[in-house]
Design a protein around this ligand. Structure first.
Ligand code: C2E
Ligand code: MG
Ligand code: MG
Length: 265
């Protein structure tokens, strides 16, 4: 269960303690490749359990971590743990595929961010191409020289870059041309509107077309119904992610994941 933050001040203190004692965990949500009908990637989602079974949403506490200057440490832990999990899955289930990690702008812009990524890759012994960093449009619009340098260095290393929540930020097409990104993740708000809002459907179709023309992969986030899945399949979307396919969980049995018929050929 996800809960809200009633008192930011008190929560801030708790958050500081949580960061100190490592009270965070990661849950993983599969992304399904629609053409191959299999899981191609997992997204790591940060969890903070405040009381047994109650989690505060990262949408609420990540901004707080940023304000408290804790995001770099927690973010570095997320990178280490998520890449380590992919390595663990390799050893039990002969897993292939990737791990996707959300990176906040404050973390990405830090001078030591590249070193943090390199150290996670080194420790986990996964290939750079198996790590996908999810960033938001706002970061690219900032146009800071540190951001540009990091993006270039990460791509030179072979790390993949995804634009999260695509379509909700500035959606400037100039940066797609300028930066070497790999994936567009269509925001859940558009997927939600499938079947109700023709304009949203047209936007989804246009984003998929744009991605195809630019040679980018496209992922639909927040797929909850069969009707949404069907629309996305027909529109030529590469990958889907959402409660219909699988909710975020703390662990997955990779043998079961690979044996399962995802039923979406
Ligand atoms: P996001 O990266 O866009 O992640 C997708 C969010 O949608 C997740 O919420 C996920 O649990 C939820 N979701 C997935 N499928 C469905 C669905 O079918 N329906 C609905 N209603 N929701 C769905 P969550 O885990 O609460 O994360 C919220 C946001 O917090 C993330 O959005 C991401 O921006 C941020 N976040 C999560 N983990 C991290 C992290 O490790 N570092 C940073 N910097 N941010 C993180
Ligand atoms: Mg994400
Ligand atoms: Mg998103």
């Amino acid at each position: 269960m996800l809960v809200g933050l009633e008192n930011e001040g008190a929560m801030g203190d708790d958050l500081q303690k949580a960061a100190g004692v490592g009270a965070f965990t990661l849950h993983y949500q599969p992304m399904i490749d629609l053409r191959r009908g299999c899981v191609s990637s997992f997204e790591a989602l940060l969890r903070w359990e405040v009381t047994s079974g109650s989690f505060v949403s990262p949408a609420v506490f990540v901004p707080l971590l940023e304000r408290q200057g804790l995001i770099a440490d927690v973010g570095a832990w997320v990178l280490q743990e998520a890449t380590r999990q992919l390595r663990r899955w390799f050893s039990v289930g002969g897993a292939s595929g990737r791990i996707a990690v959300n990176v906040s702008p404050k973390q990405f812009e830090r001078h030591d961010f590249l070193a943090t990524v390199e150290s996670a890759l080194l420790a986990s012994r996964i290939e750079p191409g198996q790590l996908e960093l999810e960033i938001t449009e706002g970061l690219l619009m900032g146009d800071a020289s540190q951001t540009i340098a990091h993006l270039k260095a990460l791509r030179a290393l072979g790390v993949r870059i995804a634009i999260d929540d695509f379509g909700t930020g500035y959606s400037s097409l100039a940066y797609l041309h300028r930066f070497d990104v790999n994936v567009l993740k269509i925001d859940r708000s558009f997927i939600n509107a499938i079947g109700y809002d023709v304009a949203a459907e047209k936007i989804i179709t246009a984003i998929i077309g744009l991605a195809q023309h630019l040679g980018l992969e496209v992922v639909a986030e927040g797929v909850e119904t069969e009707a949404q899945l069907q629309f996305l399949q027909q529109a030529g979307c590469d990958m889907v992610q959402g409660f219909l396919l699988g909710k975020p969980r703390d662990d997955w049995d990779l043998r079961e994941v690979h044996a399962r018929n995802w039923g979406i050929f």
